[in-house]
Design a protein around this ligand. Structure first.
Ligand SMILES: NC(=O)c1ccc[n+]([C@@H]2O[C@H](COP(=O)([O-])OP(=O)(O)OC[C@H]3O[C@@H](n4cnc5c(N)ncnc54)[C@H](O)[C@@H]3O)[C@@H](O)[C@H]2O)c1
Length: 335
């Protein structure tokens, strides 16, 4: 159970000059894979390939505009020429676009974002699959970096979401095409990951992203890279056609209000009048104190709605005389 199986595999990563692509390229390089870093930005892409080589890895940079399918075909041709084979294609290059309702986008916006985020991924899969099949790879893989926006729509993201839904659709269909031929096809669906894709976002937006996420913080590119490494390895040969979120539960569902009946599981606090009613009623001594002041309280079905609250919070609603309430909380505080 290790990642030795990736050693020597040849993989292309598009958009490898920064962010998630950079993290995947460096992770692959560190695990003995032969890495082709493709990016439109020569300076950034070369720097990533150089740093992999300086750390004892094997990498080259090929300047590529992934919004041009002909350049992706050339990228794959040059890769096979250099390394004599291809085992994996990670189609990661993509741009963000958002913050306005659908009618405020221009047709040119549609063409721009689909050219890279959707057509670029299609070309990467098409020419990638051909080269992997011709290489007779016994551990071939296609990985597409989609987004949670390809699983659930977000307002202001009509075009971005559409490109990412298309990527997940292509991922699932191609998984069916190649399942019998040993090529796995999966999508990684990042949530809010701290990269340059948010370079124009104001600090207030970054704060919103962190608070919007159930995990209450943004993710790091390395957390996507770890999944990309697993998917490239022989440990994941039976995982194909999946769209896997890396998102701190962002796409798991809607957040709602919930209160903990047993917060002491985190705080290790001893029982007191600050403990929840649920916690107090589970303790026989505390239950006896409550019953002394409030006979029948424990058996009252309606009380269940308040199990996540404390006596200090609901005290005034109990109908107890002020002195009795103070005595109750004092006895609970001395448990
Ligand atoms: N960061 C996030 O929170 C997040 C969330 C969901 C999905 N994603 C997706 O992850 C992928 C990577 O995004 P990132 O956050 O790392 O972005 P990033 O901006 O940090 O990096 C993107 C890289 O792609 C390169 N690139 C841009 N246009 C290109 C083109 N035409 N051809 C080749 N390379 C090009 C850039 O030079 C850069 O190196 C994208 O597909 C993005 O949609 C990111």
């Amino acid at each position: 159970m290790d990642f030795n199986s990736v050693h020597g595999k040849v993989a292309i990563i598009t958009g490898a000059g920064h962010g998630i692509g950079k993290a995947i390229a460096k992770c692959y390089g560190a695990h003995g894979m032969k890495v082709v870093c493709a990016d439109i930005n020569t300076e950034q892409g070369e720097a990533v390939a150089d740093s992999i080589c300086k750390n004892g890895g094997d990498a080259i940079f090929i300047q590529t505009d992934c919004s041009n399918p002909a350049e992706i075909k050339t990228l794959i041709g040059q890769t096979v020429k250099h390394y004599s084979r291809l085992d994996g294609m990670v189609s990661n290059a993509g741009i963000g676009m958002g913050g306005t309702p659908l009618h405020e986008y221009d047709v040119a916006d549609y063409e721009k974002i689909f050219a890279l985020n959707s057509e670029g991924v299609f070309a990467g899969m098409k020419y990638g699959a051909e080269a992997i099949l011709k290489s007779r790879s016994d551990g071939g893989f296609l990985i597409n970096v989609a987004s949670v926006a390809g699983l659930v729509a977000q307002c202001g993201q009509a075009l971005y979401s559409a490109t990412k839904f298309s990527v997940i659709g292509m991922t699932r269909a191609a998984a069916l095409d190649y399942a019998a031929y040993g090529i796995t096809v999966n999508a990684i669906c990042p949530g809010y990951i701290r990269t340059a894709i948010f370079k124009d976002a104001p600090a207030s937006a970054m704060d919103f992203f962190a608070s919007d996420c159930p995990a209450k913080h943004m993710g790091e590119p390395q957390e996507c890279a770890a999944l990309a490494l697993f998917l490239a390895s022989d440990l994941a040969r039976y995982i194909t056609g999946a769209a896997i979120p890396v998102d701190g539960a962002l796409s798991a569902g809607h957040q709602s209000i919930s209160s903990w009946k047993h917060p002491e599981i985190l705080t290790d606090e001893k029982l007191s009048s600050q403990s929840t009613i649920a916690a107090l009623l589970e303790d026989n001594t505390a239950k006896a104190v409550i019953e002394k002041f409030l006979p029948g309280f424990a058996a009252n079905e309606q009380v269940k709605a308040a199990y996540g609250m404390t006596f200090r919070q609901i005290g005034s609603m109990l109908g107890l005389h002020e002195d009795a309430l103070q005595n109750l909380t004092a006895e609970l505080d001395n448990l």
